[in-house]
Design a protein around this ligand. Sequence first.
Ligand code: DC
Length: 500
Amino acid sequence: MKKFNKITIIGTGLIGGSLGLVIKRKRLAKEVFGIAKHQKTIEEAIKLGAIDKGSLKLRDVRESELIIVCTPVGEIVHTVQKIIPFLSQGCLITDVGSAKKRITQEIEKILPRGIHFVGGHPLAGSEKRGIESARIELFANSVTFLIKSKGTDITALKKIEQLWEETGSRIKIISAAMHDKIVAEISHLPHIAAVGLVNSASNRYLKYAAKGWKDLTRIALSDVLLRKDICLDNKEEIGRALGGFIEHLIIMRDLIQKGNSQGITKEFKKARQKKLKQERIIIAIDGPAGAGKSVVSQKLAAKLGFGYLDTGAMYRAITLKAIKQKIDLTNEARLIKMSQQTEIDFVFKKEKGAVLLLDGKDVHRELRKEEITNKVFYLAKLPKIRKRMVSLQRKIGEGRDIVAEGRDMGSVVFPQAKKFYLDASIKERAKRRYKQLLTQPLGLRGEKPSSKKIEQDIKIRDKKDSERKVAPLKRVKDAVYIDTTEMSIKQVVKRILDNL
Ligand code: DC
């Protein structure tokens, strides 16, 4: 993006200060100027590297190419009004206020020709405030709304969009009315709900409040005046959202008072399913070969609309590459080098699920060959190879909901995941493997399978998987254990869903 000459940030608090840090670090302006109410804030902002210079006077916005108004919502229009006499022709103004309809309308009305306003609202921040909490990564992976109205200048909008892109935020361009409707539900209402929870709690019981209550009420610590201003600014939409919320509370109260068990369950279930869909969730499924991990994971991923990460396929893929390159499987140094030069990724296709790409090529047909199954352990036991695979697996899992299947998903790769450990008796696993082999073409199957031999092979694989030094297969304490011996796939999937 083109560098600005002078950017002025009015209000160098948490948001303004964090923006200043990005602008300075990325050298998006020749000069970053800060205006605050207290000299101490200016000094702090300079010390932190959020601005180059600053002042307490609004008239010092002079000669700015871009002005970012980061004052509390209730002061934004007034601030813009006061700086109008000092604006240069072509100057761009943006803000970060959390309600947009009134602000956009009023500012567009008062701005002289040739000066453009683009409303913005980063959905970032916390109950903390002030320059001392500012940080450069505050906006990373968050969403920033930019407002497009009838009066919006498209070039100005583009410039503001580019600026926000630099913060690592995802940009969503919408109308002011739509913005206010969305944030009423997902941001303003939760603050009011938190206030309700805190104010309705009996003082004498508060000392027993545990994590759940604390999680739900953290935002009651937010800045009081700011919250008040937002309520007044977005009163219609907040009123509507509150109405819907109260209706739900009344439904719940009635169901509970009537002891309507079915109705209560239905409400909890509905919320749970909705939440599962919305939250970024990692489901880790570990267990020995033949416990049903693959088919269950795929079905579960399809049902939840999650990505499916088959980590066994990744170990198989590098084994395939080693075989193709005729690498001696006891030559650890060469195997490690090869793995470090290997790219593995998955493309998530609706019709086929996750397709593994080995150095960009779809190799899924070759991965299940007996030769690979028997040789994987030469690579899977090497710490450096596992390190590379774990880092790839975490990268693939980034930013999407996944069902990850393997041996060390819960214990090593995704310790934060909801963990499941699938198991089955050796006999049952051998039976499943036998059936699976019969469905494979002869080329993949190798010699004709015998149940005895399969059972032996499984025992050997179990031993190798669970006795290797790094990341052995093990049942971690917080994993839900499911013995699938006598269960259908559907039953296992249901058990997992019920335990999420
Ligand atoms: O799940 P699978 O049969 O496709 O796995 C192939 C091999 O890869 C298996 O023998 C164990 C190994 N593996 C591993 O060590 N760690 C994983 N996370 C997944 C598989």
